[in-house]
Ligand binder design. Structure first.
Ligand code: HEC
Ligand code: HEC
Length: 305
């Protein structure tokens, strides 16, 4: 707040308060003065109902004065007068931080027993999975859906198809550090026809036919430009987060038009890092929950690795 605005607010508040006190005291002075017939507000209703201009009852007057005193004490102790901070040094941020710290202390006592545990083992512990489910609803569901099944651009975490890898350590790394998946635009390199051909080949990998484009020419393009990331057989590469293009599961939409759009214009996608927000133990619980989404048999298979 600029000092001028602050000074103006202080002046307005104090002048208003002083004016209020003056008004109250002025009303009080009238008490005890003899009441005359002319001492009305001049309003007349129904021909003979008049409104007397009587002083306030004393108790009411005192209530007003007490509230003025309260207001002044409040403005002295707490922020409220312009940008004055108040003698107690109270701020909303400080109060919020204290509440957060208190909450964290009580959460710690519950979370402590999961510290450093292997997410695969936690996935078999119903208490851990229940906490993970709540954490997921609060921190992840906005993007991955309340059931973890994702949406266009946001991967489904339940289908066993992984961009970056589905083993427990990799999931922990993904969630704590975040991930950026980048697919470059290819239109300048391949041209319109080249993109059509590449899209036809990509669709053929999951047994589909494209409305246009030459699959054989597309395969040649793919072998030149795409295998470095998507692998020679198009099954993807978790080191760079390149999706498997053969399984009929599409991150950015599987219609011929969407696949073509991805290849022509590229995609850029980010999973935000959570370590600073959530800390290690919560991330392990979240990984346990994500692992539990695959169903019991696959969790058991992980356990017996
Ligand atoms: C702002 C949206 C957003 C939020 C919030 C978010 N994610 Fe993600 N997440 C993504 C995107 C986008 C990707 C895919 C990144 C890519 O394309 O490489 C992703 C990828 C992942 C992956 C890797 C999937 C794979 O196939 O390898 C996991 C695991 C994951 N998220 C878990 C979580 C968890 C757990 C949370 C909650 C703490 C969370 N995400 C919160 C957007 C989000
Ligand atoms: C530098 C590595 C790299 C190269 C080279 C590359 N891609 Fe990709 N591609 C990716 C990544 C990473 C993604 C996932 C982007 C994301 O996370 O959203 C992707 C996504 C895709 C998708 C979307 C898949 C889906 O599930 O929606 C298609 C289709 C695709 N690439 C085709 C190709 C074709 C065709 C080429 C060659 C012309 C190619 N890519 C070259 C890294 C690459």
């Amino acid at each position: 707040m600029s000092p001028i605005v602050s000074a103006m607010i202080i002046a307005i508040v104090l002048l208003n308060t002083a004016a209020m006190v003056w008004l109250l005291l002025w009303m009080r002075k009238r008490r005890g003065e003899p009441q005359t017939a002319g001492d009305t507000t001049g309003h007349v209703w129904d021909g003979d109902l008049r409104e007397y201009n009587n002083p306030l009852p004393r108790w009411w007057l005192w209530l007003f004065l007490i509230s003025v005193a309260f207001a002044l004490a409040y403005l002295l102790l707490y922020p409220g007068l312009g940008d004055r901070r108040g003698t107690l040094g109270w701020t909303q941020v400080k109060q919020w931080e204290e509440m957060q710290a208190a909450q964290e202390r009580s959460a710690r006592s519950i979370l402590a027993r999961f510290d450093g545990r292997d997410p695969a083992a936690l996935a078999g512990d119903p208490a851990a999975v229940a906490i993970g489910r709540n954490l997921f609803a609060n921190n992840c569901a906005a993007c991955h859906g309340s059931d973890g099944r994702g949406a266009t651009g946001f991967p489904n975490l339940t289908d066993g198809d992984w961009l970056w890898g589905g083993d427990p350590e990799t999931i922990v790394t993904t969630v704590s550090q975040g991930r950026v998946g980048v697919m470059a635009p290819w239109i300048d390199v391949l041209g319109e026809k080249g993109v059509d051909d590449a899209a036809a080949y990509v669709l053929s990998l999951s047994g589909r036919k494209a409305p246009k484009g030459d699959v054989a020419a597309g395969q040649a393009q793919f072998n030149t430009y795409c295998t470095a990331c998507h692998g020679p057989d198009g099954r993807g590469n978790t080191a760079v987060g390149a999706p498997n293009l053969t399984d009929g599961i599409w991150l950015h939409g599987g219609s011929a038009a969407k696949v073509r759009e991805t290849i022509a214009h590229g995609r850029q996608n980010a999973m935000p890092a959570q370590e600073a927000r959530l800390g290690d133990t919560r991330i392990r619980l979240l990984a346990a929950y994500v692992i539990s989404l695959r169903g019991p048999t696959r969790v058991a298979a992980l356990d017996s690795r």
